[in-house]
Design a protein around this ligand. Structure first.
Ligand code: BGC
Length: 693
């Protein structure tokens, strides 16, 4: 070791002597990633360490959105970073466009999210990316949030389960994943300056929870600190966020990179826990070196930050099996395309189906109406998550392919309302496709469908009683025409297989089994954040004064009826839940319980195969001051007609806990708790009381 560190003290990595394998003690794969990272840090010069702590601009390799050059002297590979919430982004071509994450999450199936992560991770890796800037896991607080489509929904536990599953999928294929965006990144309005004013309890119980799962169960390698401030301090220089919460509470051992240009200081940022400035070196280049040399930042802080950068690089095997992928490679496969379709099908939510109009016979004549139905399919959202789709199957093409031969399927783009109405009148069934244009960088002004789409639906519905509306939206919209139409389907932004997936649902080749991961309100003033103070904020401050009442928690607490509740979704069959039992599993020999095992029987009472999502909510004693009830477990089960299966789920102690902000810890108060089980947050027929002493 002595000899080695002498050799490595040559300043500047380009001129340094190249050590042989035996002189690289960090290359022993029997050591842990942490040990290996610590050994490597000892061998690094200050310049080499600083070089790891920022990206370079312009990027020498025209491809990746973020790039940290390699250090050949020490065998440290470059970090090649690419966006990709729904497929490899940043202009990459010959990649698969998956459905938006909100669509995949609507499957309520972590196994599907795991497969989603695998497809994404595999394509990123084969493009030469070793750090995938995904997933985006923030709780949807504001329904108008422009990045709702990139996230999973409004429940912290739910988002955490989806996040850990997707992260494990991505990282199993090679790249390090990234928990994007830490923390309180809940609106686009004023996003470079906005200050989220939020109490400690809410911060822990709601906003931190998905990150806890990403780190604990998901072992995510990196997190991205957000543009916004939390309680007066920018995320990327907040000791509360980066050190107290991320390191001390959640035991995160990877690294934090700043969102693009979200670093605001040198000394504060590095001292409080930021590891890497992206995409350039305004604060963490020469300025950081000078701060170390003048004693403002200690070398031991630099060592620790770099060790945290190297740890996930070792854990992912970057030093042992280099990435040989290439940005110009065609990384699509037939399996990825068929997964994209499957994910879109599984995420589609049937919201209304009067008189069992759906599924349609394959020989009924159909008028397809709306730009999203043909001339301009709406397969993805916009911003850094944008993907260059290899193709998009439009809904009208998907329907024509799936219909019985000779069936008449007409198309009108809906810009001319009279033409749309007359097309609807001439067909047996009218299917209107409506869409929103959601994007990073701006929130939607309201929840109204843009341009003339509400009028288009009304005109079509007036012309044909058998009107079905397909929503290609990234989040909730208002439906003033809801009572006039026979059917409504939320297909989200479905990815490249758009029309094939939607046709499979409309014709019943696939029985819809998606459930809403967020609430659809009746009106824009009946949402948790419908005051200026809450969103978009006043004088740059967004007051999180709804506290724990985020999403359905608010609707339940204020007795506000939503249009469609969190967890809701119909099927072409029906289900019955029965025989709920709840058994505590105790520590061996002890009297205290660690978790509860819950068992429920689910029967398919209809005539088609289908899947039900069993949802478990916990109602805490009133004295705990929690929202009425909160999602604490869920499980999806496939059933043949008439079949009954048991579903077994675990509830851990967290479901019976609250965060005590004064004591700065979780506690489980004694009292009577209720476990509520059913098919949505508003349909919970099975209940059991649990007394905690
Ligand atoms: C977004 C991040 C993204 C980064 C790099 C930022 O504008 O907020 O989610 O990873 O750009 O493209």
């Amino acid at each position: 070791m002595m000899a080695a560190s002498l050799l490595f003290s040559v300043p500047g990595w380009t001129q340094g002597a190249i050590p042989s394998a035996t002189q690289r003690p960090w290359m022993n794969t029997a050591d842990s990633p942490q040990q290996r990272a610590a050994l490597l840090v000892k061998a690094m010069t200050l310049d080499e360490e600083i070089a790891m702590m920022h990206g370079v601009q312009p990027i020498p390799v025209k491809a990746y959105v973020g790039y940290v050059p390699p250090i050949p002297r020490l065998g440290i590979p470059a970090l090649t970073e690419t966006d990709g919430r729904a497929g490899v982004g940043n202009g990459a071509t010959q990649v698969t466009l998956l459905p938006a994450p909100i669509a995949a999450a609507s499957s309520w199936d972590p196994a599907l999210l795991n497969a989603f992560g695998k497809v994404l991770g595999n394509e990123e890796w084969n493009k030469g990316t070793n750090l995938a800037l995904s997933p985006s896991i923030d709780v949807v607080r504001v329904p108008e949030w422009g990045r709702t489509f990139e996230s999973y929904g409004e429940d912290p536990y739910f988002n955490g389960q989806m996040a850990q599953a997707e992260i494990r999928g991505i990282q199993s294929e090679g790249p390090i994943a990234n928990a994007n965006m830490y923390l309180t990144m809940n609106q686009e309005s004023n996003r470079f300056k906005e200050d989220s004013i939020v109490d400690e309890r809410t911060l822990h119980e709601i906003y931190l929870t998905p990150f806890a799962a990403a780190i604990g169960q998901g072992q995510v390698g990196t997190a991205m600190c957000a543009y916004v401030k939390t309680n007066g301090t920018y995320s990327c220089e907040s000791g509360d966020l980066l050190t107290d919460m991320l390191r001390n509470e959640l035991h995160f051992d990877g690294f934090v990179m700043s969102d693009w240009t979200a670093t605001h200081s040198t000394v504060d940022a590095v001292d409080h826990g930021l590891n890497q400035e992206m995409p350039g070196q305004k604060f963490f280049g020469q300025a950081l070196k000078a701060a170390v040399e003048s004693g403002k930042v200690s070398r031991s802080v630099i060592d620790e930050r770099v060790r945290q950068i190297l740890t996930p690089m070792f854990r992912q095997g970057f030093f042992d099996k280099p990435n040989t992928g290439s940005w110009t490679a065609n990384v699509q496969t037939p399996e990825h395309a068929s997964f994209s379709r499957q994910a879109a099908e599984q995420g589609t939510v049937l919201l209304k189906n009067t008189g069992g109009l759906l599924p349609l016979d394959r020989n009924v004549s159909i008028a397809v109406i709306g730009e999203a139905g043909g001339s301009r399919p709406k397969a993805e959202g916009a911003g850094s998550s944008g993907v260059v789709a290899p193709y998009i199957v439009s809904p009208v093409d998907g329907l024509r392919k799936a219909a019985a031969s000779g069936t008449l399927i007409t198309y009108a783009d809906g810009t001319d309302l009279a033409a749309a109405a007359s097309a609807a009148r001439e067909a047996k069934v009218a299917i209107v496709f409506v869409h929103t244009d959601e994007t990073e960088g701006s929130d939607r002004p309201d929840l109204v469908l843009p341009s003339n789409q509400d009028q288009m639906v009304a005109a079509v519905a007036a012309a044909n009683a058998r009107t079905i509306v397909v929503l290609d939206t990234g989040g909730p919209v208002l439906m003033p025409w809801i009572d006039k139409v026979a059917g409504v389907i939320e297909a989200w932004y479905p990815g490249q297989e758009d029309g094939n997936a939607t046709a499979a649902i409309l014709y019943g080749a696939v029985n819809p089994s998606g459930r809403l991961p967020l609430t659809f309100p009746r009106s824009a003033d009946e949402t948790p954040t419908s005051s200026q103070q809450r969103w978009p904020g006043v004088d740059g401050r967004s007051e999180y004064s709804e506290k724990l009442e985020v999403g359905y928690r608010w609707y339940d607490a204020t007795h506000t009826d939503p249009l469609f509740a969190f967890g809701f979704g119909l099927s072409y069959t029906t289900f019955h839940l029965s025989d709920l039992s709840v058994t505590p599993s105790r520590d061996q020999g002890g009297t205290s319980w660690r978790n509860l095992t819950l068992k429920v029987s689910v029967t398919n009472t209809g005539r088609r195969a289908g899947a039900e999502v069993v949802q478990v909510y916990v109602q805490q004693p009133a004295a705990n001051g929690e929202p009425p009830h909160q999602l604490s477990a869920f499980g999806k089960v496939d059933l043949q007609p008439g079949e009954t299966k048991p579903v077994i789920l675990n509830l851990d102690q967290r479901a019976f806990s609250i965060y005590d902000a004064d004591a700065r810890k979780w506690k489980t108060p004694a009292g009577k708790y209720r476990v509520l089980v059913g098919g949505s947050s508003r349909d919970l027929p099975l209940q059991r009381e649990i007394t905690i002493h």
